[in-house]
Each structure stands twice: as C-alpha cells, then as structure tokens.
Write a protein that binds this ligand. Structure first.
Ligand code: PEP
Ligand code: MN
Length: 292
C-alpha cells in the first residue's frame, strides 16, 4: 500500500466523526441513512420525499443537480435551480443535503447551498477536483471509482486530506465485473478493509451496486451487518418515472420498510439509528468521540 499518512488508521480506537449539521454526523455509534432521488426533478418531488422520510428516520437527503450521464443527450440536471430546491427542503425539514460536484467550477455554488459535496465514481481520480475539494470547508462524500482498487480509493481520499480538508466519508458503490445481471458487484470486503485501513467513516450505496430495486434492501442490511457507518439509497415518489436510474429506485413505502428492517441489524452490531444522530457520550464510545 502506498503511503497514506493522513487517512491511515493509526490507533484502533480512533475513528473520525464527520459532521453534516448540528444534529447529524457520520462515523459515530449511530448509523446514518441518506435517501433521495438520483436526480432532483422538481420542488414537489423533493417535498414529498423529505416529508415522508424525515421522521423514519432518514437523517439526510440526496439528489443530483449536476448529473454524470453516459449519453450527452440525456437530462444533465437542473443545475443552480436544483440547488435552490435542495436548499429549500433542507431548510424546511432540517435535513442536511448532499449532491454531486463534477467540476471545480461547480464547487462554489454547491458548497453555498448544500452540506456535503459528493465526488462521483467517474471522478474519483480527477486529481485536480480532489485537490480543490481539499480547500473546501464542507464534508466530502467520496465514491469508489468504477474499477478502482482499494489502494487507489484510499489514495484519492488522501489527496483531499493532504490538501487541507479532513472531513471525508468513503462510499462503496460496487465495482464493474463481467456479469451484467447486477449493475455492479457490491464489495463488502472493501467496507471491512477500509474500516481497518483508515479512520474515515465508510458508507454503502446498494442502489448503484445492485441496479435493481429488489436487491437493495438485503444488500443494505448486509452492509450494516459488516460494519458500514451508513447507507445512501435512491428512492422516488413514482420510481418508474424517475428521469435517471429508475430501475433501482425504491418507492417511498419500500424505503420506509427498508429503514425499519435495518434497525434490528444496527442493534445487533451495537449501533443505533435515530433521527438526531449525535449520540450521547457513553463509556463505550467516549474514546472514539474524543479522538475524532
Ligand atoms: C449517483 O449517486 O447518482 C451516482 C451517479 O453515483 P455513482 O457516481 O456511484 O455512479
Ligand atoms: Mn443514480
């Protein structure tokens, strides 16, 4: 493994806690679930999602406004108008929002309107973007590249820390294989390894890994069982009508059922799931919180 001085796990009890808002932080004892559509389509769509999920508890919202589409003729996202929609639901429901940034020019508007900036798989090794995100005062959600090794993933995170931003959450979202049945292969071994190699929180995106909605809930539970610090899941009020990634989108009712079904797994692994995700400091998690 190349030298990853800043992201490496130097002490077994040291785990970073990455704060999205006053109430929500990733990497503590609590599990964080981020839910929302692939693409922000309308104010009404985001309102429906936030109002249904806020109490479930889904602690944060997702939704793309700058979309990395395979075809240049597909919808590319609402841009700044989409950011304004995210800002409104964020304010109304008190939920932090995360959205993707694809270029250095997009950093400023995205940082102004949202709580966390996502680097998508296709940009995991866009080193100039990673360096620029090192200078941002907001947490970064770094998704694993489509065919990135664990070492390449760790070193991409190292770029952001080396350039000054310690607030990085890693996201395993599946890697390419020969088998098209699942869109990607969810690498839960990487989740375990990344939590051993680094002090950064690791969340799992079963939606982009599976590509099929009926596979998502079981993969979500498996992710929590193997130690993931959270989940990011695509859902939509009318999944079949999603402008992107429709096949993997859960209905809001299925999303609620998924969250409820994850809860006993969180308990089984000694974690918690709550609306307010800043866990009280107890004897067992005090060292991690102090070290964070
Ligand atoms: C997304 O989160 O909508 C997305 C495009 O994800 P990924 O970069 O993992 O493909
Ligand atoms: Mn998507």
């Amino acid at each position: 493994m190349l030298e990853a001085k800043l992201v490496s796990q130097s002490h077994p009890n040291h785990r970073s806690l990455i704060r999205l808002s006053e109430q929500v932080a990733i990497g503590g004892n609590g599990i964080v679930i981020i839910g929302g559509p692939c693409t922000v389509e309308s104010q009404e769509q985001m309102e429906q999602i936030a109002s249904r999920l806020a109490s479930v508890p889904v602690q944060a919202l997702r939704g793309g406004v700058y979309k990395p589409r395979t075809s240049p003729y597909s919808f590319q996202g609402h841009g700044v108008d989409g950011l304004k929609i995210l800002a409104q639901v964020r304010q109304r429901y008190g939920m932090p929002v995360v959205t993707e940034v694809m270029s250095i020019a997009q950093i400023e508007p995205v940082a102004a309107y949202t709580d966390m900036l996502q680097v998508g798989s296709r940009n995991m090794q866009n080193f100039e973007l990673l360096k620029a995100l090192g200078e941002v005062n907001k947490p970064i959600l770094l998704k694993r590249g489509l065919s990135a090794t664990i070492e390449e993933f760790v070193m991409a995170a190292e770029y952001i820390l080396a350039h000054g931003n310690p607030n990085v959450v890693l996201c395993e979202r599946g890697i390419r294989s020969f088998d098209p049945y699942t869109r990607n292969v969810l690498d839960l071994g990487a989740v375990v390894a990344l939590r051993q190699l680094t002090h950064l929180p690791v969340i799992v995106d079963p939606s982009h890994a599976a590509g099929k909605r009926e596979l998502v809930p079981d993969l979500a539970r498996a992710a929590i069982a193997c130690g993931a610090d959270g989940l990011i899941i695509e859902c939509h009020p009318e999944p079949e009508k999603s402008v992107s990634d429709a096949r993997q989108a859960l209905s809001l009712e299925d999303m609620v059922a998924l969250v409820e079904s994850v809860e006993p797994i969180t308990t089984a692994v000694g974690r918690t799931l709550s609306r307010n995700n800043l866990q009280p400091i107890t004897g067992s998690n005090l060292p991690q919180i102090l070290a964070a």
